[in-house]
Design a protein around this ligand. Structure first.
Ligand code: ADP
Length: 653
C-alpha cells in the first residue's frame, strides 16, 4: 500500500453516517434509565438553583420592605401565604430558600452519579464490543500494521467519547435550562425590564458564534501539532541506539525542539482567542448588568418608567433581576468547550464505528460443523491464492494482486511429515496460512480429514492445528500461564511434563521464581531459544493432531538448536507435521519434501528422490553440506531477480 492511498480503516471511517446518532441508538439506549435520571436531575437541580433569587425578591416586596401580596411566578396563590403577617411570610421564604438549596444539592449528586454511570457504562460496552469485533477481523487487516491506530481507537477515542457523554451532554442541558429558565423568570417578573436585560444576549450569542468559528481551525492545528510531537518523540526514543551510535544527539534535540516549539505556538494561538473570549463575555454581561441597574434604579427612584417603558417595578423584582442577570455568563462561556468536545467526539465516534464496520471475509458459514476426532489427513487440491490489496479485500472485489500460490496439489497421510523447501518469498508460509484459514484460497480447496476448511468452524479447525513460529509471542504473566495459554485447565503436572518434553523444564526451574517467574514486557527477558522452547511446550500441552513448524532461522547457537530440534522431534513424532525448513539437515528424514519456487511446486519426493533428480533441492543441499561451493550461475541469476522484485514490492508497503 503506498502512502497516498487510503488505508482500509480510512475508507470505512469516511463511510460512517451520523456517528453520534449511532452511538445513542446502538449503545446509549441500553443505558437509558441512567440518562433519563441524569437529565431530569440536572434540569430540576438547575431550576431549583434559580429559586432563591426569586424568593428573595418576593420576600422584599411583601415582608421585608413593601406590603404587597406574597406572590411567586407560576405558583398559584392558594399555596402561598399571600396576605399573611410579615413574619410568617419571612419564615416561609427562609424555608423555601433552604429547601431549594437542599434540592439543588441532592439532585446535583443524583445527576452526577447518573451521568457518570451513563457515560462510563456506554463506553465500557463500546470498548469491549470494538475489541471483540477487531479481534474477528481477517488477518490482512493486521498485515497492514494498523495496530497503532487500533490502539488509539480503543484508548483515546473511547476517552474522548466518555468526556463528551459525561461533560458535554450534561453541560449543554444545563446551558439550555439556565438560559431558558432565567429568561422565563425575568419575563414573568417584569417583561419590559427583561427586554432591557436580555438585549445583550443576542450579542453574546453572536460573539460566541464568532469565537467558535475562529477557534475551530486553531484547535485542529493544535491537535495536529500534538500528533507530530508524539511521533517525533516516539521516533527519537525508539531510535536511541542509532542516535547514540551515530552521534546525532544535537540534531535530534533540535528536531524535538522545533516540533515542541511548533506545538507551543499553535497552543498559544488557540489560547489567545480564549483570552479574548472570556473577558469579552464578562464585559457584555457587565453591560447588561449596568443597563439593568441604571434603568431599574431610575425606575425605582423616580417611581416612573424611564423612556418608552411603562408600568411599575418593585424593589424585590429589581433584586431578582440583578441577581439573575449575573448568571448568564458562565453557562454561555462553556459553549466553546462543549463545541470542541462535540467535534472531538464526532471524529472519535467515526473512528470507532469505522473500525467496527470493516467487513470480515473469513467467517464461519451458517452451517459450519465442528471439526473433532481429527485423524490428520491433509489435502491441497488445486490451490491458488493471491493476497488482495487490503482495500480491495475490504470492498470484496478482486484486486490485480499477484498470484503467490499457483495450483498446488498434495496429500499428507495422518502422522506423516511434509517439509516445504524453497527460497524466501516462494510462498511456504502463505501455503500453511491457508491450512490455518488465516486467509481463504482464491481457487481450489484445502481439506482436513476430507472436510473443506471453509465448511468447518475456524475455531475448531485452528484448535486441531498447533503452530510454532519463528517469532514467539509471550504475554505478560508467569511462565506457567504462558505455557498454559489455550489450555487453561491443565494441571501443574501437565505443564511441567510439557516443559520437559520441550527441553524447557531445566531453565525454567533455574529462573528466580521457577514457573511463577513473571515474563513478557514487564518481567524477566528470555532469550530467543528459551522463548521458542516455551512456545513448543505450549504446543505440546495443546496436543494438536496437526503441527505447523515455521523453522527458526533466528540466531540461536548450535547447542540451543540441538535442544530445540530434539523437542520438535518429540512433538512431531505421531502427528501430521508440516515443516517450513531453512536448514535442509532437518528435513532429510521427512516422509515427503516439496520444493516451492514462485508459488509453484517445482520438485517433490523424498530426500533421496530429490538428490537423484539433481535439481534445485540437490544444489541447495550440496551448498549446505559443503559439497559444492556455490549455486550454479542460473540459480544465482534467478535469486537476484527475485530479490530485486522483493525490493520493489517491499517499497510498496
Ligand atoms: P516464504 O514463506 O516462502 O518466505 P511467503 O509465503 O512469506 O514466502 O511469501 C510469498 C509471497 O507473498 C511473497 O511474494 C510475499 O511478498 C507475499 N506476501 C507475503 N505476505 C503477504 C501479505 N500479508 N500481503 C501481501 N503479500 C504478501
Amino acid at each position: 500500500m503506498s502512502a497516498d492511498e487510503e488505508s482500509v480503516f480510512d475508507v470505512y471511517r469516511d463511510r460512517v453516517d451520523r456517528p453520534l446518532y449511532r452511538l445513542f441508538t446502538e449503545y446509549g439506549l441500553d443505558e437509558w434509565p441512567w440518562l433519563v435520571v441524569g437529565m431530569v436531575g440536572n434540569v430540576v437541580a438547575r431550576v431549583s438553583s434559580l429559586l432563591p433569587a426569586v424568593v428573595l425578591g418576593a420576600a422584599i416586596d411583601s415582608a421585608l420592605d413593601g406590603d404587597e401580596a406574597y406572590e411567586l411566578p407560576l405558583v398559584p396563590a392558594s399555596l402561598l401565604p399571600t396576605n399573611a403577617p410579615d413574619i410568617e411570610q419571612f419564615w416561609f421564604s427562609v424555608g423555601l430558600i433552604v429547601a431549594s438549596f437542599l434540592v439543588t444539592a441532592v439532585l446535583t449528586w443524583v445527576y452526577g452519579v447518573s451521568a457518570n454511570n451513563f457515560a462510563h457504562r456506554v463506553m465500557h460496552a463500546v470498548r469491549t464490543d470494538s475489541y471483540t469485533k477487531m479481534q474477528d477481523l481477517d488477518m490482512w487487516f493486521f498485515d497492514d500494521k494498523q495496530t497503532g491506530e487500533v490502539m488509539s481507537v480503543l484508548n483515546n477515542d473511547a476517552t474522548n467519547l466518555e468526556r463528551f457523554l459525561d461533560d458535554a451532554l450534561q453541560n449543554s442541558v444545563r446551558i439550555g435550562v439556565m438560559l431558558l429558565g432565567i429568561g422565563v423568570v425575568l419575563f414573568l417578573e417584569n417583561a419590559q425590564l427583561a427586554f432591557v436585560t436580555l438585549v445583550a444576549v443576542p450579542v453574546m450569542v453572536a460573539f460566541t458564534y464568532w469565537f467558535m468559528k475562529t477557534v475551530e481551525p486553531r484547535y485542529v492545528a493544535q491537535r495536529e501539532a500534538v500528533a507530530d510531537l508524539n511521533t517525533r518523540l516516539e521516533n527519537a526514543v525508539g531510535g536511541m541506539e542509532l542516535v547514540k551510535t551515530t552521534g546525532t544527539e544535537t540534531y535530534e534535540t533540535e528536531r524535538v525542539e522545533d516540533t515542541s516549539y511548533d506545538y507551543f505556538r499553535k497552543t498559544l494561538a488557540m489560547l489567545r482567542l480564549n483570552y479574548v473570549y472570556r473577558p469579552g463575555m464578562e464585559l457584555l454581561a457587565g453591560v447588561s448588568f449596568g443597563v439593568t441597574f441604571v434603568v431599574g434604579g431610575l425606575w425605582l427612584i423616580t417611581g416612573a418608567a424611564p423612556g418608552p417603558l411603562s408600568g411599575e417595578l418593585t424593589a424585590g423584582a429589581f433584586v431578582t433581576f440583578i441577581l439573575l442577570s449575573q448568571r448568564f455568563v458562565t453557562p454561555l462561556a462553556e459553549v466553546s468547550n462543549i463545541v470542541s468536545q462535540y467535534e472531538n467526539a464526532k471524529a472519535s465516534c467515526e473512528r470507532v464505528f469505522g473500525l467496527q464496520d470493516i467487513p470480515r471475509r473469513v467467517t464461519d458459514e451458517p452451517d459450519a460443523v465442528e471439526l473433532d476426532d481429527v485423524d490428520g489427513r491433509v489435502e491441497y487440491d488445486g490451490v491458488s491464492f493471491r493476497y488482495a490489496e487490503s482495500t480491495d479485500a475490504a470492498a470484496g472485489v478482486e484486486g490485480d494482486a499477484e498470484t503467490v500460490i499457483r495450483d498446488v496439489n498434495f496429500e499428507v497421510e495422518p502422522g506423516n511429515t511434509l517439509a516445504l523447501v524453497g527460497p524466501t518469498g516462494a510462498g511456504k508460509s502463505t501455503l500453511l496460512k491457508l491450512l490455518l484459514r488465516l486467509y481463504d484460497v482464491s481457487d481450489g480447496a484445502v481439506r482436513v480429514d476430507g472436510h473443506d476448511v471453509r465448511d468447518v468452524t475456524a475455531r475448531s479447525l485452528r484448535r486441531s492445528i498447533g503452530y510454532v513460529s519463528q517469532d514467539t509471542y509471550l504475554f505478560d504473566g508467569s511462565v506457567a500461564e504462558n505455557v498454559r495459554y489455550g489450555r487453561f485447565d491443565a494441571s501443574d503436572e501437565a505443564v511441567h511434563d510439557a516443559a520437559r518434553a520441550a527441553e524447557a523444564h531445566e531453565f525454567i526451574t533455574n529462573l528466580p521464581d521457577g514457573y511463577d517467574t513473571q515474563i513478557g514486557e514487564r518481567g524477566v527477558k528470555l532469550s530467543g531459544g528459551q522463548r521458542q522452547r516455551l512456545s513448543i511446550a505450549r504446543t505440546v500441552l495443546q496436543d494438536p493432531e496437526i503441527l505447523v513448524l515455521d523453522e527458526a532461522t533466528s540466531s540461536v547457537d548450535t547447542e540451543t538448536e540441538m535442544l530445540i530440534q530434539r523437542s520438535l522431534d518429540t512433538l512431531a513424532a505421531d502427528r501430521t507435521t508440516f515443516i517450513i525448513a531453512h536448514r535442509l539437515s532437518t528435513v532429510r528424514d521427512a516422509d515427503g519434501i516439496i520444493v516451492l519456487e514462485d508459488g509453484e511446486v517445482v520438485e517433490r519426493g523424498t530426500h533421496d528422490d530429490l538428490l537423484a533428480e539433481d535439481g534445485l533441492y540437490a544444489k541447495l543441499w550440496g551448498v549446505q553440506a559443503g559439497e559444492i561451493e556455490s549455486l550454479p550461475e542460473e540459480f544465482v541469476e534467478r535469486a537476484r531477480a527475485r530479490q530485486a522484485e522483493t525490493v520493489v514490492s517491499g517499497n510498496d508497503d
